[in-house]
Each structure stands twice: as C-alpha cells, then as structure tokens.
Design a protein around this ligand. Structure first.
Ligand code: PAF
Length: 285
C-alpha cells in the first residue's frame, strides 16, 4: 500500500472505518514529530501487532504550559515524512490545530491523583493536555493498538489508566527506551543542548546506572539510593534537579524500600541549562 497523508478528521475516520471493515488491525503511534530512532522503534513495535500502521504528528498545545517550549518545539516535517516512508508506514495523520481545537472546544479528559505527582508536580496542566489529545487521536484513528515510549513512563501509565477507566477498547503497548551510544535517552528536546550541556546531560543516565549498581549490591533503601544519585547531580553545575522518585511499576506510588518479586521505576527529571530532560530505569527484584 502506498504512503498517504491525511489531514482531515472525517477523512481519517472514514479511512479507519474501511480498514476495520476489511478486518485489518490498526496500530497507532502518536507523536509530536521531529522523529528519531526512539519513534522509529515504536513503529517497528506496532508492526509486530498491527497490519495498518498510522503515525500521527501533532504538536499539542494543550500539554504545554504558557512558560514552556510549544512555539520553539523542533519541527521538520519533510524529514519526518521521508523517515515514515522509509519505515513503510501506511498513513501519516497530520491534523490541523483548528480542527482539533476549534474556538468553541470545551472538553478535557483528566486522570486524577497520579497526574499530580512527579511530572505533574512540575507540569500541573501537562497530563490533562496529553489525555485529551490522545483521546481525540483515538477517536479519529480508531486504533486497535497504540504504542507509547517507556521514556515517558508516567505518561504511559496515565494513558493506560485512562483506557482502563473509560473502557476504551484499545491495547496500549509500552516500548523500551532507545538511547544514544553514550547512554543519553533519545528525545526531540536533545537538540536544544549545546556541546557542554550534551555532555552534562549524561548525568541522568549515570545516576540511574549508579542506582542499579547499588541495588545489585543489595542497597534497597530508597532514601539512600536517591541521596547517592543526587550527589552526582550536585557535581554538575548546569544541572538543576526537579525530582528523583522510586515508584512501584504497578501503581506509581513511591516506595521507601525495594522488595523482592516487585518491579519499580526510578524516575529522574532534571533541567540541563534551560532544557528539561527526563529518564527512568525499570528495576525488577
Ligand atoms: O509523547 C508524546 O510525544 C506526546 O505526549 C503524545 C503522546 C504524542 C501526545 O501529544
């Protein structure tokens, strides 16, 4: 099938209805564009489960606070289209902001509680914007499966909660973090870093590696792990740490002590200069 760009909501819905009528399985990879290897790995993942692959590109204004980087968020549509073609994606859904959010738009989807912690504490309106746009994209694309990156582990958890609570008949797949050769987690925002900051940004991954090493040495006390990680950030002048949290993967509640037979995420968010980066590590005991 040849590559198609669909910009109107009704054309998208019509296309998906026809695919579903034919018995196809639709996989959606929602993105904000400026695609990198991390996004491409989500496309590969969706191909394992679906036979029609739809990628959306929409820089969603409602998930950025007025002080954040919406207007300067990196964009390169021509390059994105070449990458999508090379991955043999079926459809790029590229909706127009005026159709997604017309002037009289007044409906938001909000997952409570978990969205107030970690990222939510520093970006209080962020997750409401994410769950709203993801619901809209689901209604436009009608996917059977949707793939999200584990770099945004809390976002993936919030979306899974929304899907569960609202009885959306969509399977959410969370795909592993893709890293640069030196360990920095891939992110469209890495482009903001100058050469020194790019080097300083390794402190996120280094702090997670340190925690992993300490856990392997049987240090299960969350406050000790966090204290040792924080020391690495203090040694990097351009780094301003927002939070380190150790949470149970099942419920995203913070834990004081790691226990056998449980899986955790260690979450890190830090500004390097003026660029805010996040990373995480999954730990199974
Ligand atoms: O992870 C992202 O790129 C965005 O938050 C998403 C899921 C595409 C919603 O705008």
């Amino acid at each position: 099938m040849s590559f198609k760009v669909i910009t109107s909501v009704s054309d998208m819905q019509q296309y998906s209805k026809e695919c579903l009528r034919r018995g196809n399985i639709i996989g959606l990879v929602p993105t904000m564009g400026f695609l990198h290897e991390g996004h491409l790995s989500l496309i590969d993942k969706s191909k394992e489960k679906a036979d029609i692959i739809i990628v959306s590109i929409f820089v969603n204004p409602t998930q950025f606070a007025p002080t954040e980087d919406f207007s300067k968020y990196p964009r390169d549509l021509d390059r994105d289209i070449e990458l999508l073609k090379s991955k043999e994606v079926d459809v790029l859904f590229l909706p127009d902001a005026n159709e997604i959010y017309p002037d009289n738009f007044n409906t938001f989807v909000k997952v409570k509680e978990v969205t107030e912690r970690y990222e939510g504490e520093f970006r209080p309106t962020h997750f409401e914007g994410v769950t709203t746009i993801v619901s809209i994209l689901f209604n436009c694309v009608k996917p059977n499966i949707a793939v999200f990156g584990r770099k945004d582990a809390q976002q993936a958890f919030v979306i899974e909660k929304m899907v569960q609570d609202l009885k959306m008949d969509i399977k959410i797949i969370v795909s592993p973090i893709i890293r640069e050769n030196d360990g920095l987690a891939m992110s469209s925002r890495n482009i903001y870093l100058n050469a020194n900051e790019r080097n300083d940004a390794l402190v996120l991954k280094n702090s997670l590696d340190l925690a992993k090493k300490l856990i392997e040495l049987n240090e299960y006390n969350a406050s000790v792990l966090i204290f040792e990680m924080e020391r690495l950030f203090l040694a990097v002048p351009s780094a301003s740490l927002d939070y380190i949290a150790i949470v149970n993967k099942e419920n995203f509640n913070t834990v004081d002590k790691l226990k056998k037979d449980n899986t955790y995420y260690i979450l890190v968010a830090c500004k390097i200069g003026s660029t805010r980066l996040i990373d995480n590590l999954e730990i199974s005991l």
